[in-house]
Design a protein around this ligand. Structure first.
Ligand code: C2E
Ligand code: CA
Ligand code: CA
Ligand code: CA
Length: 279
């Protein structure tokens, strides 16, 4: 079984090095898609493990292509990252998400937060702080209601630059979440160096719970680490009641996954929030 896994991995990386033909036409279509407004945002609830009350939403980008249907982000984000379109798409997403959160809060009559994925290229872009300030000013949202999700890799490319940007974000009271925590190649030293608030435990460590002792040990270790560092933890990809119970028993305060809410269009999220008011 190990052999097969290895071979697959090689095939996969070989394919990645030269984009297949259809990705080239996909790339061409993306520019038109921006003009046509084919990109949209879905919102996935991040809930309190115990009460299941919605605390915030992660925004997940979707591309509704007129003939291909829904193109998943794993297909178009890497292309946008390569050709730089991610800067435009990402700026739009950040602003739209902030505006949407305002409306969610008005409907729910309470404070929520919005968590937005920031790609490595976007994070490195000179204009990034301006984009951030523009989104906050335009929407009237407080920086403390915004969480920016970055990966370990994003921090490691240029730690000196990353530290400067993160400090500026902290000045705006925006929080930083480490996305896909535990799947990168970095050391834990960055948790000491950078002002980080949230660890998002990758679904890879959650999906086989509660029957996978090694995954359980990793989750426990992350929860323990977070507790001592004063960070909050969101477990990603929670799909079953057993997983939720397991995480709750170990003190994981927040979960996100199909069990407590799939990514959904804004109007559905709005309905989920107002239902939530009476539970
Ligand atoms: P991610 O940031 O790790 O997002 C979580 C992914 O897990 C999402 O996939 C979400 O739909 C999926 N997911 C959530 N709960 C469950 C669950 O219970 N089970 C399973 N199997 N999956 C679950 P999605 O929406 O396809 O996005 C994939 C990736 O694309 C994201 O991974 C993120 O890296 C990237 N992405 C999505 N939207 C944006 C964006 O606006 N900007 C940037 N830079 N990247 C984005
Ligand atoms: Ca994310
Ligand atoms: Ca993630
Ligand atoms: Ca991921």
């Amino acid at each position: 079984a190990k052999e097969t896994g290895k071979a697959r991995c090689i095939v996969y990386s070989a394919r990645q090095s030269g984009p297949p033909e259809h990705d080239i036409s996909l790339e061409a279509a993306m520019f038109g898609a921006v003009r046509e407004g084919e990109f949209l945002l879905y919102y996935q609830p991040i809930v309190d493990t115990r009460t299941r009350q919605i605390q915030g939403f992660e925004t997940l980008m979707r591309w509704k292509h007129p003939t291909l249907g829904m193109v998943p982000p794993v297909r178009f984000i890497p292309i946008a990252e390569t050709n730089g379109l991610i800067n435009l798409l990402g700026a739009w997403a950040l602003k739209a998400a902030c505006v949407q959160l305002k409306q969610f809060q008005e409907a729910a009559k309470r404070q929520l937060y919005i968590s937005v994925n920031i790609s490595p290229r976007q994070f490195r872009n000179d204009k990034f702080l301006d984009v951030l300030d523009d989104a906050l000013a335009f929407s009237g949202l407080g920086g403390d209601q915004l969480v920016l999700e970055i990966t370990e890799g994003t921090l490691m490319v240029d730690p000196v630059h990353a530290e400067a940007i993160l400090t500026r974000m902290a000045e705006r009271r925006a929080r930083i979440a480490i996305d896909d925590f535990g799947t990168g190649y970095s050391s834990l030293a960055y948790l000491k160096r950078f002002p980080i608030s949230v660890l998002k435990v990758d679904r890879a460590f959650i999906k086989d719970l509660p029957d996978a002792p090694k995954d359980g040990a990793i989750c426990n270790a992350v929860l323990d680490l977070a507790k001592h560092l004063g960070l909050s933890v969101v477990a990603e990809g929670v799909e079953t009641e057993d997983q939720l119970r397991y995480l709750d028993e170990r003190g994981c305060q927040y979960v996100q996954g199909y069990l407590t809410g799939k990514p959904m269009p804004a109007h559905v999220a709005m309905a989920a929030l107002t239902e939530d008011m009476y539970t």
